[in-house]
Design a binder for this molecule. Structure first.
Ligand code: AMP
Length: 391
């Protein structure tokens, strides 16, 4: 997700810039001012409560703001990110925004402050008042809105300066120049943001070869924990020896070992654009581990695929593979194939179900030929990460 707040005095150009940014970065627009005006037009209870305050140029209560934002977010759960305009407007709302982001499992990436001197604000708002039809675009109310801005809204900046995600833009330039500056700072953030994809599917669904091909196409690191463990055994490393003993005695590899390998992988992958996880997480515990590990690296899962293939087709594919040189050690017998399918069903399906509650899980039909499934995956990635994958 990409979450941005546009900040600045009334008339700074937040609305104008927003129109362009939401299209370019595929964001969901939340303007508390627009939402309030909608409530007002529909004469709702909230609208009526807010009316006289808006007319005077004061700030509507934080309680009302929370309610309209919650309502909007609840009605639009699967978005790429939010662009906030006119929120947060008080010190309290800065905390509210942080809490909201935590609830959504994400964070505010950037608060962009468009700087414009007071005289310019007044001039622009009076100009706008000639055509906007807004009841608050007249001189007396404008002065009051600016007073509110200085007294209550400016202190919000301190909060985000401390958080380290504040950036100022000169708003006294032409509209396209302001846009250019904003795009530049957003692109800087995007270039540092990791794309983390989890690819689920039954053994034989093609998740391994599809994941590898995606990783190559988008310059992501392919992370397959099974293969990483095999690698350690081959290298005869200390971990490898431990794993070998566990394998030989039929025991599961403990999560501690896999965590260490994953941490090493992330550590050694500086400069990559992100990760594709295959075969991990496999259990509910591992799903918590992965979320925790990514959070530790100031990142999160941004896309989850579930590649679905009919069970009979899976068995047909795994049986076919067992007779080629691509055979995995665990493809050797029907019994083992069935055991692996069963393991996925009992342990990993609950993980997918859990993810469905908190993330968007994209189901992809894995039955068609490889190229077609791959193309469908690419289409999904490119629409989710519009500007993340374009360069
Ligand atoms: P705007 O369209 O952002 O200029 O907002 C118009 C009016 O709506 C403001 O002058 C406030 O009365 C009210 N308003 C909008 N957003 C907020 C907010 N986040 N907190 C309190 N009041 C707001």
């Amino acid at each position: 997700m990409l979450n941005i707040a546009l900040f600045g005095p009334p008339g700074a150009g937040k609305g104008t810039q927003s129109e362009f940014l939401i299209k370019k970065f595929n964001l969901f627009y939340i303007s508390t001012g627009d939402l309030l005006r909608k409530e007002l037009a529909n004469e709702t209870k909230l609208g009526l409560q807010a009316k006289s305050i808006i007319a005077k140029g004061g700030l509507v209560s934080d309680e009302i703001i929370v309610q309209i934002i919650e309502k909007t977010i609840k009605n639009n759960p699967d978005v790429n990110g939010f662009l906030f305009d006119g929120f947060p407007r008080t010190f309290v709302q800065a905390y509210i925004l942080e809490g909201l982001m935590i609830k959504l499992g994400t964070k505010l990436d950037l608060l962009i402050s468009i700087k414009v001197p007071e005289d310019e604000s007044v001039k622009r708002l009076l100009d706008r008042g000639k055509t906007s039809g807004r009841l608050d675009d007249n001189e007396e109310v404008i002065r009051n809105r600016l007073r509110e801005y200085h007294n209550k809204t400016l202190p919000v900046l301190d909060f985000f300066k401390q958080r380290g995600n504040y950036i100022a833009i000169n708003g006294m330039q032409s509209i396209p120049d302001v846009t250019k500056d904003i795009i530049q700072v957003i692109n800087d953030v995007l270039s540092k943001k990791l794309i983390n994809i989890v690819i689920f599917g039954y053994p034989g669904s093609g998740r391994g070869s599809l994941g590898k091909a995606l990783a190559e196409k988008y310059n992501l690191e392919f992370v397959a924990t099974g293969a990483m463990l095999d690698e350690e055994i081959k290298k005869k490393s200390k971990i490898g020896q431990q794993v070998k003993e566990l394998y030989e005695t039929g025991q599961l590899v403990p999560d501690e070992i896999v965590i260490r390998l994953l941490e090493q992988k992330i550590e050694n992958s500086k400069g990559v654009k992100g990760f594709i996880f295959k075969g991990y997480p496999r259990t509910l515990v591992q799903s918590y581990i992965l979320d925790g590990m990514l959070r530790k690296h100031d990142s999160s899962i941004n896309k989850i695929f579930d590649i679905q293939v009919d069970t009979l087709e899976l068995i047909r594919r795994l049986d076919k593979r067992s007779k080629t040189d691509k055979a995995m050690p665990y493809d050797s017998s029907t019994e083992r194939i069935v055991q692996r399918l069963e393991e996925h069903k009992t342990k990993t399906i609950p993980v997918i179900e859990k993810y469905k509650e908190i993330h968007d899980v994209t189901v992809i039909d894995g039955t068609p030929p490889f190229e077609i499934v791959f193309k469908n995956l690419c289409k999904e990635i490119e629409s989710s990460f519009k500007n993340l994958v374009s360069e």
